[in-house]
Design a binder for this molecule. Structure first.
Ligand SMILES: [Zn+2]
Length: 218
C-alpha cells in the first residue's frame, strides 16, 4: 500500500499524523510526504537559509518516522489559497508519480488558510471516482484544527510508534516547540496520543476524519 501525506507546512506532517506515518512505515507500507509551503511568513526568497533549516528538519523527522519519499513544493507560507490551481496541478503530478492507496491531508474546518487550501486541493485531486483505492482522511493538527474536527477514524499506535512521533517533534522541530500550557507543547502531544486512544478503548492513537473510504474487491 502507498500512503500519501499532504501537509501545508513543515511540522504538520508530524503534528497531524506522525504516529500514523511511523505505523504504516513499520508495517512495510510506502509512505510519501508532500510539504506545500516554505515556512516563514511572507517570505518569497527561494534560497533563504531559514527554508533550508526547515527542509533539514523535515528530513530529520522523516528518518525518525521511517519514510523515504518527500516532495517540497515551496509555495509561500500563509498564501497558499492564492495558488490554488498551481497547488492542485502539483498534487496531481505527485499522484501520477506515486499513485496512493490512502491519502492523509488537512481538515476542511482548520483555522489556517493554507491547511484549508490543502484540503480543498486534495478533495479535487483525489475525488472518489478517481481517487485512492482506500480513501481520503483528514488529520488533526494541535493549534491548527478547530473544535469542528469530527474524529471518526482512529489509527492505533504501538508505544514505539507513539514515541517516534514525540521524538520526531522533539528532535527535528525544536524551533516550533511551545511551553505548556499550549496545544503544541510536548506535554499536550503525549496526552493527546493517550487520550485519543483511550477515548475509543485503545492504547495510543491518532484521530482522523473520513472524507470517504472505499474497499475494492481484491
Ligand atoms: Zn500548518
Amino acid at each position: 500500500m502507498r500512503v500519501l501525506v499532504v501537509a501545508a507546512h513543515p511540522d504538520d506532517e508530524v503534528l497531524g499524523c506522525g504516529g500514523a506515518i511511523a505505523h504504516y512505515s513499520q508495517q512495510g507500507q510506502t509512505v510519501g510526504v508532500v510539504i506545500c509551503c516554505r515556512r516563514r511568513i511572507g517570505l518569497d526568497l527561494v534560497d533563504d537559509p531559514t527554508n533550508e533549516l526547515y527542509k533539514q528538519a523535515v528530513r530529520k523527522a522523516a528518518d525518525i518516522l521511517g519514510y523515504g519519499r518527500l516532495w517540497f513544493f515551496g509555495f509561500p507560507d500563509e498564501r497558499l489559497p492564492q495558488y490554488a490551481w498551481e497547488l492542485l496541478k502539483r498534487i496531481e503530478r505527485v499522484a501520477e508519480e506515486f499513485p496512493p492507496d490512502l491519502v492523509l491531508a488537512h481538515a476542511a474546518s482548520d483555522y489556517n488558510q493554507d491547511h484549508r487550501a490543502v484540503h480543498e486541493a486534495c478533495q479535487i485531486a483525489f475525488r472518489p471516482w478517481k481517487g485512492p483505492q482506500c480513501g481520503l482522511l483528514s488529520f488533526y493538527v494541535p493549534s491548527g484544527s478547530s473544535s469542528s474536527f469530527a474524529s471518526n477514524f482512529y489509527v492505533e499506535l504501538s508505544q514505539r510508534e507513539a514515541q517516534a512521533k514525540i521524538s520526531a517533534w522533539a528532535t527535528a522541530y525544536g524551533m516550533e516547540h511551545r511551553d505548556s500550557p499550549h496545544p503544541r507543547s510536548d506535554t499536550n502531544l503525549r496526552l493527546l496520543l493517550k487520550s485519543t486512544g483511550e477515548s475509543v478503548g485503545l492504547g495510543y492513537a491518532e484521530a482522523f476524519e473520513v472524507e470517504y473510504m472505499k474497499e475494492k474487491r481484491p
